[in-house]
Design a protein around this ligand. Structure first.
Ligand code: UD2
Ligand code: MN
Length: 360
C-alpha cells in the first residue's frame, strides 16, 4: 500500500516537474528577448519631447529607432559611387534657386530624403554594403538657417556617396560662452556607445560649411591618417593659409579619436581648440593628415558675423602652449558636460548638452 502511494506521488511529482520545466524552457527565449529589447530601448529612449521651435511634428520623434540589419550577402559598395554628380550649385540666395523658401524646412528635408530613419540615420543603399559606418557631428547653437542649408546638401551628398551614416547636432544648452570641444566630445561619447551600431568613422563638421562637390568623399582613410576636408573655403579665397589647421571638417576613426583623447574641454569661446587637436593628432597619434586636393575639396561658408556668446578666447594662446601637459587628462576621459536631452528628428539627432561652466 505504502509503496503504491509512494510510487503514485513520485509519478505525479515527475509529471509536475516536466510540465514546469517545459513551461519555463518555452518562456526562457521570451525572457531573453525582452531583456535585450529593454537594453536596446534604454539607449534610445532618453528622448524627450522637444520644446525647440524648429521641432518637427511629434510623429517624427518616434521613440523607437529602427536599425535595419545590413545583409551579410551584399557586396561592398564600389570605392567611387556611380551616383555622384560632381560640382554642385551651392547657393545661399533664394532667387538663385527658383524656390519660394530657402533654406528648406526640416519637414521638407525629411520629405526629400524618404529613406532616412528617425535620428537622421541612413542605413546605406539597398543593393550594396557601405565600407564605413559614419557619424557626422555638428557643434551648434543659434544657427538654425545654417543647419538647414547643411542638412539639405549633406544628406543628398552622403546618400549619393552610398554611405551608411547618422547626423548628430550637438547643441549647447545654456547661454554660457560656447565650448565646441565639450560638445564634440559629448556627441562622440553618445554615438560610440549607441547599441545596435558600431560607428567607426566620425566627422566633426562646422554648421556653416557646405561642400561644393560630391566627389569629395566623407570617408575615413585607415588608421594612420586623419582626414581634413575643409582646407579650401570661399571665405579665404580657397587658399589653405592664414593659420588654418584642422578646423571646419575633420574626420577620425573611433580608435584615432580615443587615442588622442578627443578634443580639449578647456577652450571656452572662439579659437584654439582646432590647433590643440591638430597637435594631438600629429604628436600623440603620430598620424598623417590627409587633405584631398582643391579640385574637389572646396567649401562655401555661409557668411556670418562673430557670435556674441562666442568671443575670441583671450586664453587660447596660453592654453595651446601647454597642450601636451593637459592632453592625457583633458578630453573624452574627463568630460563633465551633461546631456540634458536627445531628440530624434527624421533629419538628425539633436542632443542638448550642458557644458561644464568655465572655471573662475
Ligand atoms: C574656425 C574653424 C572652426 C573652429 C573656429 C574656432 C575653419 C574652417 N573653421 O571657424 O572649426 O575651430 O574657427 O573656434 O577653420 N557655432 C555655433 N554657434 C555659435 C558659435 C559657433 O553653432 O554661437 C559652431 C558652428 O558649427 C560654427 C563653429 O561652431 O560653424 C565654428 O564657429 P565659427 O563659424 O564662428 O568660427 P570660424 O568660421 O572662424
Ligand atoms: Mn564659420
Amino acid at each position: 500500500m505504502v509503496v503504491g502511494k509512494l510510487k503514485r506521488n513520485v509519478f505525479w511529482l515527475t509529471v509536475i516537474g516536466i510540465t514546469l520545466g517545459a513551461w519555463s524552457w518555452n518562456l526562457l527565449p521570451l525572457i531573453i528577448v525582452k531583456k535585450k529589447l529593454n537594453k536596446h530601448e534604454a539607449g534610445f529612449v532618453k528622448t524627450h519631447c522637444s520644446t525647440d521651435v524648429t521641432t518637427q511634428p511629434q510623429n517624427f520623434n518616434s521613440p523607437t529607432f529602427e536599425t535595419v540589419p545590413v545583409s551579410k550577402t551584399l557586396k561592398v559598395c564600389p570605392a567611387i559611387s556611380d551616383l555622384l554628380k560632381g560640382k554642385l550649385n551651392v547657393t545661399f540666395t533664394e532667387k538663385n534657386t527658383g524656390r519660394r523658401n530657402w533654406p528648406p524646412t526640416l519637414e521638407e528635408i525629411a520629405v526629400n530624403n524618404p529613406d532616412l530613419q528617425v535620428g537622421g540615420y541612413y542605413p546605406g543603399p539597398r543593393h550594396c554594403k557601405p565600407s564605413d559606418n559614419l557619424v557626422i557631428i555638428i557643434p551648434f547653437r543659434d544657427r538654425d538657417k545654417h543647419m538647414r542649408y547643411l542638412l539639405h546638401f549633406l544628406h543628398l551628398i552622403l546618400q549619393r556617396q552610398q554611405a551608411r551614416y547618422m547626423i548628430i547636432v550637438a547643441e549647447q544648452d545654456n547661454s554660457a560662452i560656447f565650448n565646441k570641444g565639450q560638445l564634440m566630445n559629448a556627441a562622440f561619447d553618445y554615438a560610440s556607445k549607441l547599441p545596435g551600431h558600431d560607428f567607426n568613422c566620425y566627422f566633426f563638421h562646422d554648421v556653416d560649411l557646405i561642400s561644393e562637390n560630391d566627389r569629395l568623399l566623407y570617408r575615413c582613410q585607415g588608421e594612420d591618417k586623419v582626414v581634413h576636408l575643409a582646407a579650401h573655403i570661399d571665405k579665404y579665397n580657397y587658399l589653405f593659409c592664414c593659420g588654418l589647421t584642422v578646423g571646419g571638417v575633420l574626420g577620425l576613426t573611433k580608435q584615432q579619436f580615443r587615442k588622442v583623447n578627443g578634443f580639449s574641454n578647456a577652450y571656452y569661446g572662439w579659437g584654439g581648440e582646432d590647433d590643440d587637436i591638430n597637435a594631438r593628432i600629429l604628436y600623440v597619434g603620430k598620424y598623417k593628415i590627409y587633405r584631398p586636393g582643391e579640385k574637389f575639396a572646396r567649401f562655401r561658408m555661409v557668411s556670418h558675423k562673430s557670435d556674441s556668446a562666442n568671443p575670441k578666447n583671450p586664453q587660447r594662446r596660453r592654453l595651446l602652449q601647454n597642450w601636451r601637459a593637459r592632453q592625457p587628462k583633458d578630453g573624452i576621459n574627463s568630460l563633465e558636460a551633461k546631456v540634458t536631452s536627445v531628440v530624434k528628428h527624421l533629419t538628425h539627432t539633436r542632443m542638448l548638452i550642458k557644458i561644464k561652466p568655465e572655471p573662475k
